[in-house]
Design a protein. Structure first.
Length: 209
């Protein structure tokens, strides 16, 4: 079963408390989403494998630690996931970036792919799928299945706010994918919004509410 990691870092909790406020403007909301993603990325990459590499300092040769083998990629689920990309890249500047676009069919309520562009060597990378909200879990499950269909095996999912219903759906569909969460909220309401949540993350990031 996948690991579910709920962040307990004081800075993450403090910043999540601020973005929950309904009177916070888009500029500050965007900035904080990026900062939270950066802090989550720091924690989420804690167990990446290292290897010894010999380098020469100004004084002598020595062994240092570097990331071993696979490189990293970050794949936002459009459009809200875009708000987390810069935060991740500030921690891992060499990461490649892919994009997955999904919309919800109004009749079936199932996610439908409309865009997918990934780095050519994505299958050889450790991939972090990012989306601020894990609500019903439909988009996250579909995005990860899309990656698996393309031969990608090393996948992590990172979000800022999650509902128990979404976590359960993800674990059932993708028990091999770890889930990194900023805050685990109480439940979904009848419209599928996370409660207490923070509203529609995409609208608040891009000022379209």
């Amino acid at each position: 079963m996948s690991k579910v990691i709920v962040m307990d870092h004081p800075l993450i909790q403090h910043k999540i408390g601020i973005i929950r406020r309904k009177d916070l403007g888009s500029k500050d909301f965007r900035t904080l989403i990026g900062e939270i993603a950066m802090l989550e990325c720091y924690e989420a990459t804690r167990n990446l494998a290292l290897e010894d590499v010999e380098v020469e300092t100004p004084l002598c040769k020595t062994l240092v630690k570097e990331l071993k083998g696979k490189k990293l990629a970050v794949v936002p689920i459009l459009r809200a996931g875009l708000g987390m990309v810069d935060g991740v890249l500030s921690m891992i500047p060499a990461a490649k970036v892919g994009h997955i676009g999904l919309y919800r069919d109004e009749e079936t309520l199932e996610p439908v792919e409309y865009f997918c562009k990934l780095p050519q060597d994505c299958a050889n990378r450790e991939v972090f799928v990012v989306d601020p909200m894990l609500a019903t879990g439909g988009s996250a499950v579909a995005a990860i299945q899309l990656l698996k269909n393309k031969g990608i095996k090393h996948i992590h999912f990172m979000c800022i706010i999650a509902a128990p219903e979404g976590v359960k759906k993800m674990q059932e569909a993708h028990p091999d994918v770890d889930i990194i969460i900023g805050a685990l909220d109480d439940h979904l309401n009848e419209k599928g919004y996370i409660v207490p949540g923070l509203g529609d993350a995409g609208d608040r990031i891009f000022g379209t509410k």
